[in-house]
Design a protein. Structure first.
Length: 318
């Protein structure tokens, strides 16, 4: 055992065995999620979440119980030294074998994983700190009309208490965040540029994010992506989960509004604002990336839409 291995709180081979188990479990569930994408979006969303986060537990359980299908030999296992020459004389002090200073392949991989995961996690923390820093100048909304609408929507969503409603010049579009103290932050022009029905539909969309606790799920998935970056399908799964969250909130907003038309109009208007702003906040909001805007508007207007999957996956499934 070398000095680097002694500093690690686990055997590198055990971690690599866990990585392989996670890759197998998560990839199988992702494949299942793709298969059900055309039939049940709620089940699909549950499978994506289970594939990304739940399989951390199943892989850990499999590794702890020793039931892994594939296992590396322990890096700390001693290898017998070849016997050469004559046996030592009686009473002679045995010569200790020199400790190996070279790192094994497993140890190098673990060190590389720790380095990349640390960088990505620091970036994740930095993005959240940037959000809090930029929103430090937000002010509480005192518009009685907006507060009354939020009260009605919160009651319809079963939130129990009205979320905090704030206004900020920084955000290009509405965002929802917070778990214990849920909050919706609006740009000032929301009240100036949208018709009352459109504004209410947009706020209903944000209430739906709080109702689903999407800020918690998004944060967990983003953090998991920093640690589990070695899963090649993680990016596809993360983007698909974000799309499913937006579509689910669109449906709820259309249901409480009585029609999808107000939100469809609100989406297209907010899209113009976001072209001049940023859409990189690590919290859910009225995401209106151009690639998915037309599909969401079609869904709100009752037009049939295909699952938003990568082109090569759509060709594979068809």
């Amino acid at each position: 055992m070398n000095a680097v291995t002694a500093l690690l709180p686990f055997d590198p081979s055990t971690l690599l065995t866990w990585v392989v188990s996670y890759l197998v479990h998560s990839t199988l569930l992702m494949a299942l999620a793709l298969l059900v994408a055309r039939y049940d979006v709620r089940l699909e969303e549950s499978l994506w979440r289970l594939a990304l986060l739940g399989t951390v537990g199943t892989a850990t359980l499999q590794s702890l119980t020793g039931a892994a299908l594939w296992r590396l030999p322990s890096s700390g296992a001693a290898s017998p030294l070849p016997q050469t020459g004559s046996p030592p004389a009686p009473g002679a002090t045995p010569i200790a074998a020199p400790a190996s200073a070279a790192l094994s392949a497993a140890e190098l991989l673990v060190i590389l994983w720790l380095a990349i995961a640390t960088v990505l996690t620091v970036r994740w923390i930095g993005a959240r700190l940037r959000l809090h820093r930029e929103l430090a100048s937000r002010v509480a909304c005192d518009d009685p009309v907006l507060l009354a609408e939020i009260d009605q929507l919160a009651d319809a969503a079963g939130l129990g208490a009205r979320p905090r409603l704030t206004v900020s010049e920084v955000v290009p579009g509405p965002i929802a965040f917070g778990w214990r103290e849920p909050e919706i932050c609006l740009p000032p022009r929301l009240d100036e540029r949208l018709a009352p029905a459109e504004r209410r539909a947009v706020m209903a969309h944000e209430i739906a994010h709080l109702r689903r606790r999407d800020s918690v799920w998004l944060g967990l998935v983003q953090l998991a992506g920093s640690l589990l970056f070695f899963q090649p399908l993680f990016g596809i799964a993360r983007r698909r989960l974000a799309q499913l969250a937006e579509l689910a909130c669109d449906r709820w907003s259309a249901a409480v509004s009585g029609s999808g038309l107000p939100l469809a109009r609100g989406l297209t208007e907010v899209a113009r604002w976001r072209l001049a702003g940023t859409d990189g906040y690590p919290v859910p909001g009225l995401a209106v990336r151009r690639s998915g805007l037309a599909r969401r508007v079609d869904a709100l207007l009752g037009k049939p839409t295909a699952p938003s999957l990568p082109r090569w996956l759509r060709h594979t499934l068809t």
